[in-house]
Design a protein around this ligand. Structure first.
Ligand SMILES: [Zn+2]
Ligand SMILES: [Zn+2]
Length: 195
């Protein structure tokens, strides 16, 4: 069964990736806005992945990095490989240092929270808590030196279903030729679009 990697379509229609500790292990969590979309993607594609063949690759380019995720599938007809170009973040750096060679893959649904939904201790984008925002006055932040006018926060709901990833690599762009998944991703999604 030699599946030609190049025939697997690349998918980047998701919001980003969260890195979270959950069940005592780092979780890599592609993020979606709609629960339905994440469930469909899990059922059609990720459910069929063969755990030991799941690969994640990271390639840093300046302040950004390429997130690349793919696997052999028991149902190749609906298989997809994922990629996304993302800004480096604290969570990414923490994952890079702390993953220990293994991680769980889950899907996440990113939900914007209103001041009404949020717990008092939920953090606003202005770095002050929900309880420091005035529910009576358009949600403005009550700190004098803060010009936040509206509470904005989000939570990520993680799927219970998970896959185990044990093939995790951080690659330099000059070395990607030796890694078929990464090489194919950059060829299709980067080099063929530059000119
Ligand atoms: Zn605020
Ligand atoms: Zn504030």
């Amino acid at each position: 069964m030699s599946s030609s990697k190049s025939s697997i379509p690349w998918f980047d229609d998701f919001l980003g990736v969260a890195y979270r500790y959950y069940d005592l292990r780092m979780n890599v969590v592609p993020l979606f806005t709609e629960r339905k979309e994440s469930v469909t993607l899990w059922n059609d594609t990720i459910h069929w992945w063969v755990d030991p063949s799941i690969k994640i690759r990271f390639v840093e380019t300046g302040d950004d990095y390429w997130f690349i995720l793919g696997s052999d599938s028991q149902k190749p007809a609906t298989n997809l490989s994922f990629f996304k170009v993302l800004p480096k973040s604290e969570h990414y750096e923490r994952f890079k240092k702390g993953h220990g060679g293994e991680a769980y893959l889950r899907l996440g649904v990113y939900q914007q929270q209103t001041l009404d939904d949020a717990k008092k201790s939920a953090m606003c984008a202005c770095n002050h808590e929900a309880q420091d925002h005035d529910e009576g006055d358009g949600d403005v932040c009550l700190y004098n030196d803060c010009d936040c006018k509206k509470f904005t926060s989000f939570q990520v709901n993680l799927s219970k279903r998970k896959k185990t990833i044990s093939d995790i690599k951080f690659l330099d762009e000059k070395d990607v030729k030796d890694d078929p998944l990464t090489w194919n991703c950059l060829n299709v999604n980067k080099y063929s679009k530059q000119n």
